[in-house]
Design a protein around this ligand. Structure first.
Ligand code: IMP
Length: 430
């Protein structure tokens, strides 16, 4: 039995989808525990590329796939995704389970995400616009609607009527918007149609997951976003609205911390970020452009170009601590193939001139202090034999591991699952 959490160690988009896909072969279930369709997990499966936003990417391998109670669900988008997967010949019906305690993204959440960003102007968060922040705000404010509410028709109708009044007031008075008010009758009709399609999937997922644990099954917990988008530990307020850390898996899936056996940190060999917020190692020069083009760095959900920069050891060592990471998968190393020299941030010079090697509370106004290493400057994309990796790459990996304090378990040299080198496969948790 193994319960392994897969977590992003930077600002998301580290390549979690590929590693979940790789490990799913040995897993009996894959569980999403936070976030919603703000995530985009890209998986290459044969010649095809799939991007899943809500459904755990384990579905592609016919594995039990769970949307846990910590997830916020846009039902229309979920149905669209299920239909797309079905059209590709994937058997969703027999594998997907949706928590009856998961929160729903309601129509007003998407509207308020957009209007809230407009109101913030230049201070906007740069959200994905999927209503995620407002949905979590209502969850915590106890004004949310849960999947299970849909199962009790009259209760749902009553709750909707109350919430529509409340949210139309917000629309008019808080956002001063002249947009058409929300209609309880219309939303009720829409959501009744969604329920028809989704009812067979709805269940008590904490019970299901704990039963699988009792049966000694292998379970992967698939984190979305990354450590520094965590609402507590990220670059607040430029974060998402959930606990993206490994610790979030317990609350978001309904299992006890004693069940977790390992935490695999997914680490991009450089750094990227989508949306606003501080990014100390961000590059605005030719090196940044090269990372962007070689890495095809465009958001999987919004298509926005990702900001790119050098590897930041302060960030990742903090992620190792916060998540209790026991092994790392280093992703997209081949993107560095054309660089003569590589830089790693090993410290920050603070505004007052002080030098720190620990991540400060604010990443604004810090200047990274770099260590330089020779690049390998040759093609490594697709190499699957450890002995063929250039010595400069091995030295780079060794230095990263030393700086962040965690061992390298997987080396990824391309987007396909085969383009991976698994060190010590026997110890690969599952
Ligand atoms: P939200 O999650 O849509 O509220 O967006 C909040 C911040 O998180 C923005 O900077 C988004 O760009 C970022 N974000 C949300 N989901 C992802 C993701 O899956 N990958 C990378 N960034 C994300």
């Amino acid at each position: 039995m193994a319960c392994v959490i897969i977590v992003g160690t930077q600002w998301g988009d580290e390549g979690k989808g590929k590693i979940v896909d790789l490990l799913t072969e040995r897993a009996d279930a894959v569980v999403r525990y936070q976030g919603g369709n703000n995530a985009g997990h890209t998986v290459m499966f044969g010649d095809k590329t799939f991007v899943t936003h809500l459904v755990p990417s384990g579905i592609l391998r016919k594995t039990t796939s769970v949307l846990g109670n910590g997830v916020v669900i846009d039902l229309a988008e979920l149905i669209k995704e299920i239909e797309e997967l079905e059209q590709m010949g994937i058997d969703v019906e027999n594998h997907l389970h949706i928590s009856d305690r998961a929160q729903l993204v309601m129509p007003w959440h998407k509207t308020f995400d957009r209007l809230g960003e407009e109101q913030k102007g230049k201070n906007k968060i740069g959200t994905t616009g999927r209503g995620i922040g407002p949905a979590y705000k209502d969850k915590i404010g106890r004004s949310g609607v849960r999947v299970g509410d849909l199962l009790e028709t009259e209760h749902f109708r009553g709750r909707l009527e109350e919430l529509v009044v409340e949210n139309n007031q917000r629309l008019e008075h808080l956002y001063k918007s002249a947009e058409t008010p929300f209609s309880a009758a219309q939303i009720f009709a829409e959501f009744t149609t969604y329920l028809k399609k989704l009812k067979p999937y709805i269940c008590d997922t904490p019970l299901l997951v704990n039963q699988l644990v009792e049966q000694g099954k292998n379970i992967l917990f698939e984190g979305a976003q990354g450590t520094f988008l965590d609402v507590d530990h990220g670059t607040y307020p430029f974060v998402t609205s959930s606990n993206t850390l490994a610790g979030g898996a317990c609350a978001g899936a309904g299992i006890g911390p004693t069940r977790i056996t390992d935490v695999l940190g997914i680490v991009k060999a450089y750094t990227t970020r989508v949306g606003s917020g501080p990014f100390p190692t961000e590059l605005f020069d030719k090196d940044g452009e090269l990372l962007q083009s070689e890495g095809q760095e465009f958001g999987a959900t919004t298509g926005r170009p990702r900001r790119c920069g050098w590897f930041d050891a302060l960030l990742v060592s903090q992620a190792v601590r916060l998540n209790g990471i026991t092994g790392m998968a280093i992703m997209k190393l081949d993107v560095l193939d054309k660089f003569e020299t590589l830089k790693i941030a090993v410290g920050y010079r603070l505004a007052d001139g002080e030098l720190t090697e620990n991540l400060p509370r604010s990443l604004e106004n810090v200047t990274p202090v770099y260590e330089e290493m020779p690049g390998w400057n040759c093609k490594t994309a697709g190499i699957t034999d450890y002995d063929q990796l250039p010595p400069e790459m091995l030295a780079y990996l060794e230095r990263l591991s030393e700086l962040v304090g965690a061992p390298v378990s997987i080396i990824s040299t391309g987007p396909k699952r085969e383009e991976s080198i698994v060190l010590n496969p026997d110890q690969l948790w599952l």
